[in-house]
Design a protein around this ligand. Sequence first.
Ligand code: 8Y7
Length: 260
Amino acid sequence: MGIVNVTPDSFSDGAEHFEADAAIAHGRLLAEQGADMLDIGGESTRPGAEPLSAEEELQRVLPVIEGLRSLGIPLSIDTFKPQVMRAVLGVGADMINDICGFTRPGAIEAVADSNCGLCIMHMQGEPKTMQADPQYDDLLLEVQQFLHGQARAVRVAGVSERRIVLDPGFGFGKTQPQNYLLLRKLADLDNQGYPWLIGVSRKSMIGHIIGRAPAERVYGSVAAALAAIARGARIIRVHDVAATSDALRVWSAVETGAYL
Ligand code: 8Y7
């Protein structure tokens, strides 16, 4: 899963079509590099980011969905707002990636009647403050119980089990030791048969080990991606598709024995 951020950057001068065009070009590049699906996000969820209205978020995301649909690969939309979920599903989005795990009022109802995929992610607290002092009595149990509870809640609302993927939410209300414990123990976490989606790409948990800025975390992120795959992860959310794709292709050649 290749990450497509539709957020103003220093080159855009706030021009909306520029943002969308840049995001579309980036999405096309990631698809060429081997992304099997794209995750399009209009609102930054990094700690301390400014909130965005549903209208503004849609203004950013809708033209990008339009521009990338012809690629023919599934488009996931990273949003926790029910109004955004309904609107993007209306224009053919294939998956909703909700960092709030469909806990916001109306989120489950917004997706239940469609046939979209759902990524249920665990977060402790809220983006603004979640890294201040994450606390758990039993990290693995609490993450697992939250994910099972939300999977049950969406199932009760009529969502087929085939539509659901789970995500422990690396960096979302977790200290670095907690992030590494989660990754190390991923195979011991009960996924109830749902696929794991893992997002560790360029995150501070990588920087924490190697002491490099986000753009210099590619090799470290690839190592973490392989560690997740080795523990059963099925979808890896990454910035660096070319690097991750090469690594996964060699990995699977070894694992499948296709060249023996
Ligand atoms: C994740 C994510 C982010 C993640 C899922 C970043 C939107 C922060 N991280 N969604 N989103 N899992 N499912 O550094 O780990 O990419 S944003």
